[in-house]
Design a protein around this ligand. Structure first.
Ligand code: HEC
Length: 133
């Protein structure tokens, strides 16, 4: 009995050792939609800190381009209904980032002036730094 247990335990270890490198390779090659779209807007760093803890960025990427009101409602729903720990003063910059990056304001943000001209100093954006490549 004991021998069999020891054998299967060591088989398990060998199995894990064989699987680990494969998993590492998969993780190092994320698909485009697994990451949040980069942006100079302050809400980008906030979204990386606030919006990727429960689900991946694919949730944002799979939404059809929607108006600011949709993103406002969605962020509020994440906060109020699903309990996301989003401080109230982050809502506005988050919605701004989502509307301009995933929403109907996408083209306006891309073709027009530099999007970084609309930061709200009160919100800060210190909680997360956009550093994921
Ligand atoms: C506390 C966990 C949590 C956090 C943090 C969170 N979400 Fe969600 N999100 C959920 C849940 C739960 C659902 C709905 C259930 C599902 O479909 O898996 C959801 C669904 C969504 C959807 C799909 C559409 C919908 O309305 O169901 C979008 C878009 C979305 N979240 C965006 C965001 C954004 C943007 C943020 C950051 C501001 C965020 N989420 C942060 C839990 C969270």
């Amino acid at each position: 009995m004991n021998r069999i247990r020891i054998k299967s335990a060591s088989l398990l270890v060998i199995g894990l050792a064989a699987v680990a490198p494969l998993a590492a390779v998969e993780i190092s090659l994320p698909t485009e939609t697994a990451k949040l779209r980069e942006s100079p807007l302050p809400g980008y760093g906030m979204a990386m800190g606030m919006c990727a803890t429960c689900h991946s960025a694919e949730y944002m990427a799979y939404q059809p381009p929607s108006a600011r009101t949709y993103w406002q409602a969605t962020v509020t729903k994440m906060q109020k209904t699903f309990g996301a720990p989003i401080p109230d003063d982050m809502i506005a910059p988050l919605v701004d980032y989502l509307a301009k990056t995933y929403g109907t304001e996408k083209n306006a943000a891309e073709s027009g002036k530099p999007a970084a001209s609309t930061p709200s100093p009160a919100a800060g954006g210190t909680s997360a730094t956009p550093r994921r490549n």
